[in-house]
Write a protein that binds this ligand. Structure first.
Ligand SMILES: *Cc1c(COP(=O)(O)O)cnc(C)c1O
Length: 365
């Protein structure tokens, strides 16, 4: 079966580098918040063009701790999209904040300036925008400017978009701060969980650093409330340091696969994504299709896996019961029924891409 991702291949390709990284840490005897974490934080900040990087245990913690550091507290309302897998909403619920759900544009799957304006007019305390599937939010520059004018802090969720650029500038550097995940399948993935916040704001960086370690201002002195333990360990940082130099090249390979799909998928019953520039790092390659179940079955028969990112809009998740019964975001709901993710990862061969293309093109609903 051709999977949508293949971590075994990736790990195999980098085996010597991974072994070196792990040995380095084991030999040092320093396992938590040591030199590897510090070096990775410096290099990832520099890669993005940000002043600070603070690593954390995972991407959901990165959203939560960044928002807390921006001043979001229990009872505050924060804007987010509802088509991005519930991660931001989970972070908001952990804070005790209320989500204000914005709709997205069908073509880009991302939020628009118009939706951001509505949320600002509503009076949200903070704004989260997600660069979904590895595609940068087109109007991120204007969105950042409007949030700034209104004094509303902006968090960019870059968990799917490491390295994407808009006008030569990396995503994650437009807003007040940005969150990243290093979950193994992400464009920059560790061999376990990991996450980070980047920011140019010294005070926010300082607060995230306190929040990730019990609220300490110095050892055993707790000055910051609502803190916890959320750290990236040395082994994962050492492995990420080995992967970071090839991030741009891997993003290029992903983009090539996506652009082959965009050129070659030719079936009147579905709409492929067609973006081929530096604003897209092809974390996921997504098509729109009615009769999705039929295409999935056809792919499966031909040995091709597919997945749905994401089948349930956040506000329709069972935990909310009927709380958002009267909320309807047309594009978000339509997309949850239409989107289908095809295999796309740097190690994929052209023959495998062609196999997927031929299978998709031969399908009739
Ligand atoms: C993966 C992901 C997260 C969460 O990251 P974890 O490390 O799994 O907690 C957040 N936002 C988006 C868009 C993601 O894809």
């Amino acid at each position: 079966m051709l999977q949508i991702n293949n971590l075994a291949e990736r790990i195999n390709k980098y085996k010597p580098e991974i072994s070196d990284a792990v040995s380095r840490v084991i030999n040092s005897g320093w396992l938590i918040l040591g030199p590897e974490v510090k070096r990775f934080e410096n290099e990832f900040a520099e890669y993005n063009g940000a002043r600070h990087c603070i690593t954390l245990a995972n991407g959901t913690d990165a959203i939560e701790l960044a928002l807390k550091a921006m001043g979001v507290a229990e009872g505050d309302t924060v804007a987010t999209v509802a088509n991005a897998g519930m991660y931001t909403t989970t972070a908001l619920l952990a804070i005790g904040a209320r989500p204000y759900f914005m709709d997205v544009e069908s073509r880009t799957h991302n939020v628009t300036l118009q939706e951001v304006e509505k949320a600002l007019a509503f009076g949200v305390k903070a704004m989260v925008v997600t660069h979904l599937y590895g595609l940068a939010v087109e109007e991120i520059d204007r969105i950042a400017a409007r949030c700034s004018e209104q004094g509303v802090p902006l968090l960019e969720d870059c968990a799917q978009a490491h390295g994407a650029r808009v006008n030569g500038r990396r995503v994650g550097t437009f807003g007040t701060a940005a969150s990243f995940s290093f979950y193994p399948t992400k464009n920059l993935g560790a061999l376990g969980d990991g996450g980070a916040v980047i920011t140019n704001d010294d005070a926010i960086a300082q607060r995230v650093m306190g929040l990730r370690q019990y609220g300490w201002s110095s050892k055993y002195k707790v000055e910051l409330a609502n803190a916890r333990n959320s750290r990236l360990d040395e082994i994962q940082a050492a492995i990420l340091l080995e992967f970071l130099p090839s991030l741009d090249a891997c993003n290029g390979l992903r983009r090539n696969i996506a652009s082959l799909y965009g050129e070659k998928i030719d079936n009147p019953h579905l709409v492929p994504t067609k973006v081929n520039d530096e604003s897209y790092v092809a974390h996921l390659y997504v098509v729109h299709v009615c009769h999705r179940d039929s295409l999935r079955a056809h792919l499966k028969n031909a040995g091709v896996a597919s997945d749905i990112h994401y089948p349930i809009p956040d506000y329709k998740q069972p935990i909310f019961e009927d709380k958002y019964q009267s909320l309807h975001l047309d594009n978000t709901e339509q997309l949850s029924k239409e989107v289908l993710t095809l295999p796309c990862y740097p190690e994929m061969t052209v023959a495998q891409v062609n196999q997927v293309v031929n299978t998709v093109n031969s399908w009739k609903p």
